[in-house]
Design a protein around this ligand. Structure first.
Ligand SMILES: [Zn+2]
Length: 233
C-alpha cells in the first residue's frame, strides 16, 4: 500500500485548520481561520459587556445575586450562530469555543465591570456526560477567556453531582426544578469572597446558571458574574 504524503499532510493540517467556515459551512480562504470574513462581519455581537442593564442580566435579575452578566452573541434558529454552536457541542470542535472565548476575553478587558475577576469557573458537565461527549465545551470557552484575561481557569471548584435530564421541551418552571441543587462546591479549593466569572456556552432559560451561581454564592461567599458565548432568544 502506497501512502500519499500530500493527503496525510492535508488531513493533519485540516485537524487544526478546518476548511469550512464554522458558521456558514462555506470553504475558507487561505487567510481565514475558523470563520469566513462575511460571517465575522455579520455575526450578531451583542456588546452586552458595555452596559449592565442588558437582556442577559435582566433575565437573571432577582433569581441569584449576580454582579454583571453578558453574552457574546445572539442565537436564533437557523442562524450562523446556531450552526456554530452545533459544531462546538455535537461535531467535536470545542476549539471553536476556545477561539470565541479568547475573542470575548479581549472585549471584556475593555470593560471595568469585569476588571476585578480572580477566576473563570465553567459550568461543569456531569461525569457521565463528559465521558460521552469527550469534552466540556463551556470549559473550552472559559479557557479562551482565561488566556485573554490572564485569569486562572478553575475547573476544580464546581461539580455537577447528578446528571440532569435534557432541558428541551420542559416549561420554564420545570427547568428550574430540574437543575435545583444539582451543583456542589469543592471546599478544598475555595476562593472565599472573591469575584468569579461563571461561564457557559448558551443561556436559554438561565436555570442552570442561576443554580450554579447560587451554589457559588452560598457555599463560598463568592461574588459572581456571568458570561455566555451565546444567548437564545
Ligand atoms: Zn461563514
Amino acid at each position: 500500500m502506497q501512502f500519499d504524503l500530500r493527503n496525510i499532510l492535508g488531513d493533519f493540517v485540516s485537524i487544526f485548520f478546518p476548511k469550512e467556515c464554522a458558521c456558514c459551512g462555506c470553504a475558507l480562504k487561505y487567510q481565514e481561520k475558523y470563520i469566513c470574513i462575511a460571517c465575522d462581519y455579520h455575526l450578531p455581537y451583542t456588546n452586552f459587556h458595555l452596559y449592565s442593564d442588558n437582556d442577559t442580566a435582566r433575565q437573571l435579575w432577582g433569581k441569584a445575586p449576580i454582579e454583571e452578566a453578558c453574552s457574546f452573541l445572539l442565537l436564533q434558529k437557523g442562524s450562523r450562530v446556531e450552526h456554530l454552536i452545533y459544531q462546538i457541542k455535537y461535531n467535536n470542535q470545542p476549539f471553536l469555543a476556545e477561539y470565541f472565548g479568547y475573542q470575548y476575553g479581549l472585549k471584556l478587558l475593555e470593560s471595568e465591570r469585569y476588571s476585578e475577576l480572580s477566576a473563570i469557573v465553567p459550568i461543569p458537565l456531569h461525569a457521565s456526560k463528559l465521558r460521552k461527549r469527550g469534552y466540556n465545551q463551556s470549559a473550552y470557552f472559559g479557557r479562551g477567556l482565561a488566556r485573554a484575561m490572564h485569569i486562572p481557569l478553575r475547573e476544580d471548584i464546581l461539580v455537577r453531582q447528578r446528571p440532569t435530564m435534557t432541558q428541551t421541551g420542559k416549561d420554564r418552571l420545570a427547568r428550574y426544578d430540574n437543575v435545583e441543587d444539582v451543583f456542589v462546591c469543592k471546599q478544598l479549593s475555595v476562593p472565599v469572597g472573591e469575584h468569579v466569572l461563571l461561564v457557559d456556552d448558551v443561556l436559554t432559560t438561565g436555570a442552570t446558571i442561576v443554580s450554579a451561581a447560587l451554589t457559588l454564592y452560598e457555599s463560598l461567599g463568592c461574588k459572581v458574574s456571568v458570561a455566555t458565548l451565546a444567548r437564545a432568544r
